[in-house]
Design a protein around this ligand. Structure first.
Ligand SMILES: *[C@@H]1O[C@H](CO)[C@@H](O)[C@H](O)[C@H]1NC(C)=O
Ligand SMILES: *[C@@H]1O[C@H](CO)[C@@H](O)[C@H](O)[C@H]1NC(C)=O
Length: 621
């Protein structure tokens, strides 16, 4: 304890000092005598000294105390700081402990968490593993069933394949068999073709022989008859207005050989009168009060103007086409034959050439078969039965050419019918009309005083009836028997070979502009004449629509005159074709048979219209 130390030490110091002063005074007094003043002063100083001392003592004490206080305070402060620090330390310790605890707890928690997590994770993993295992199992099952299915499919496929292979093998066997049959058929066909070819070669050789003969004959005829070409110089065409009562008189003009009847109907007779007969005939007509007009004043001139020769240019051009036909000119039989061959060669699938026989002089009768779809009804068409009716062969050949060359434009109706077309039915007469006698009508049968047989009186239905003559010198000579002539006979054979499929017969003649149907042998009509009238009218309308020229429709005997042995009567009466027609092409007498070649194209278009119309009717049968 240091409390009260300093004041005590100050008091001790002060007491020592007083004693020292008092001893010094006593010694001097003994040595020197002290008056009272000195003693008093000394006492006063003593007292001041004491006082100072006391003051100092007090100051010291004060300082001591201050010092102690300070010390104490410092001590306190130190203690406080210590305490504070200790407390802080404790606090920090506590804090640390707490933190440690926290830490520990956290660690425990973490540990626990980790353990939980670990166990959870383990559980989770287990789940996933289980799940995976399940999935795996499922997949495995699926795969297994897939594989089973696949195996099953494969088995089935293999079975099917086996079946297929079996069937294929069977089919192959069948095909092989068929192929074998086909090959046999082919073999057979080839043999047949060889035979046909052989026959064809033979036929051609015959034909060549015939042609050679014909050429020899023609050359011979030409040589002897060059100056025998019949001249019509001064001949005239007269149109006579007549009535029923005049028929006998007018016919006698022909039978007597003073006039040739070109055309006649109930009111009009066209007579060709040679120059030397004109005064006689004129007188006869006057005697019978029959008026006439001269239609063609000089027939020879008309003939010269009818068919102008082709220029060199045109000739060259025609050569380049592969045939010589122009339809601007009346061509010779050889040009027509070459053209038929050209069509057959150029359009073998649609236009087939057939030789149905030969003329008396050995010219081939060439039919063009314009093919429709298989099984289509067939139609027969011919032109040029009468030699001088040049326009008929020209128009019919124009039609054939158009149908073969531009088939697609007509397929809507052309596909539905089979056309058999004979453009030149009387080639001998035709050639004769070119070379020797422009007005030749019949074929070229020789003998009996006069040559030729009227082929359109030679057909075998009511043969030898009205309007046909037994006299060889007559223009309407019927021949020795029905079908006595190779030209009519060939038509008969061909038509009868197609009986059943042929539904119509269309024969082109000129002139007069008529659509005629049976009967021709007399003034009767067949039971279905209304159908014939209806279809005939359609044809006439179609023809008129192309050219504007009117065509009169009716049964031929009623409209013109009875004529037996005609082809249309036979087609209807014997060959059993529903639609049998004869069409008299243009004109109505202005040019008659000597129709200028400039008419060919428009007449050909009329023929086309008539054939199209009839084909459409035939397709409906
Ligand atoms: C016939 O004779 C005439 C004149 O001599 C000749 O121009 C013509 O070519 C001959 N016809 C035939 C077919 O020989
Ligand atoms: C006879 O023919 C002429 C000339 O074609 C014609 O004008 C006339 O109408 C015809 N007559 C009869 C009754 O058909």
């Amino acid at each position: 304890m240091r409390c009260g130390g300093a004041p005590f030490r100050a008091m001790v110091v002060r007491a020592a000092l007083v004693l020292a002063v008092l001893g010094a005074c006593a010694s001097r007094c003994a040595c020197s005598p002290w008056n009272q003043d000195d003693v008093d002063r000394l006492r006063a100083w003593q007292e001041r000294q004491d006082e100072r001392l006391l003051m100092q003592q007090r100051g010291l004490e004060e300082r001591q105390r201050l010092h102690d206080d300070l010390l104490l305070e410092r001590l306190y402060q130190q203690t406080d700081g210590q305490l504070h620090r200790e407390r802080q330390h404790d606090e920090r310790q506590t804090e640390r402990d707490e933190r440690l605890n926290d830490h520990q707890r956290l660690r425990d928690d973490l540990q626990q968490d980790r353990q939980t997590e670990q166990s959870e994770r383990q559980g989770h993993f287990q789940d996933i593993r289980d799940q995976h295992l399940d999935e795996h199992q499922q997949l495995h099952d699926e795969l297994a069933s897939d594989r089973e299915r696949e195996v099953e499919d494969l088995r089935r496929q293999r079975e099917q394949l086996t079946d297929q292979t079996r069937r294929d093998r069977e089919r192959t066997d069948r095909e092989r068999e068929r192929e074998q049959q086909r090959r046999e058929r082919e073999q057979h066909r080839r043999e047949q073709e060889r035979e046909q070819e052989q026959r064809r070669v033979e036929r051609e050789r015959d034909l060549r022989d015939q042609r050679r003969r014909w050429r020899r004959d023609a050359d011979a005829a030409n040589a002897t008859a060059t100056d025998a070409v019949k001249s019509y110089e001064g001949s005239q065409l007269w149109r006579v207005q007549a009535s029923e009562g005049d028929v006998a008189n007018l016919q006698s003009l022909e039978t007597n050989g003073v006039a040739q009847v070109w055309y006649s109907n109930a009111t009009v007779w066209d007579l060709l009168v040679a120059a030397e007969n004109q005064p006689h005939v004129s007188k006869l007509l006057a005697d019978n009060k029959l008026a006439y007009t001269v239609v063609i004043a000089d027939l020879q001139r008309a003939i010269a103007e009818e068919n102008p020769a082709l220029s060199e240019e045109e000739l060259e051009l025609t050569g380049r086409k592969g045939h010589r036909m122009t339809w601007q000119h009346y061509h010779r039989a050889a040009d027509m034959a070459g053209w038929v061959d050209y069509l057959a060669k150029t359009y073998p699938d649609t236009c087939e050439a057939m030789v149905i026989g030969n003329s008396l002089e050995g010219r081939p009768l060439k039919v063009l078969h314009i093919k429709g779809k298989a099984g289509s009804p067939a139609m027969w068409i011919d032109g040029g039965i009468h030699a001088r009716e040049w326009i008929t062969s020209a128009s019919v050949s124009y039609m054939v050419n158009e149908l073969c060359e531009n088939r697609d434009a007509y397929s809507s109706w052309l596909d539905k019918v089979d056309l058999y077309v004979l453009p030149l039915a009387n080639p001998d007469g035709y050639e004769y009309s070119h070379q020797s006698d422009r007005m030749w009508r019949k074929n070229r049968r020789r003998g009996g005083g006069c040559d030729g047989i009227d082929l359109n009186r030679n057909f075998g239905y009511k043969w030898g009836g009205k309007g046909a003559s037994p006299q060889p010198c007559q223009e309407i000579f019927r021949g020795s028997a029905a079908f006595s002539e190779p030209e009519t006979n060939a038509i008969q054979n061909f038509v009868l070979s197609k009986k059943g499929s042929l539904k119509s017969y269309l024969s082109f003649h000129s002139y007069g502009q008529y659509v005629l149907y049976p009967w021709g042998y007399d003034r009767f009509v067949p039971p279905d004449h209304q159908d014939l009238q209806r279809v005939g009218t359609k044809m006439a309308n179609a023809m008129r629509a192309t050219s504007g020229l009117p065509y009169t429709v009716g049964s031929s005997a009623a409209l013109l005159y009875p004529a037996s042995g005609g082809s249309d009567d036979w087609a209807k009466g014997v060959a059993g074709m529903k639609y049998a027609f004869t069409i008299e092409l243009r004109d109505t007498g202005r040019h008659g048979f000597v129709l200028p070649s400039s008419h060919i194209l428009s007449s050909g278009k009329e023929v086309m219209a008539a054939v199209r119309t009839l084909a459409q009717e035939v397709a409906l049968l």
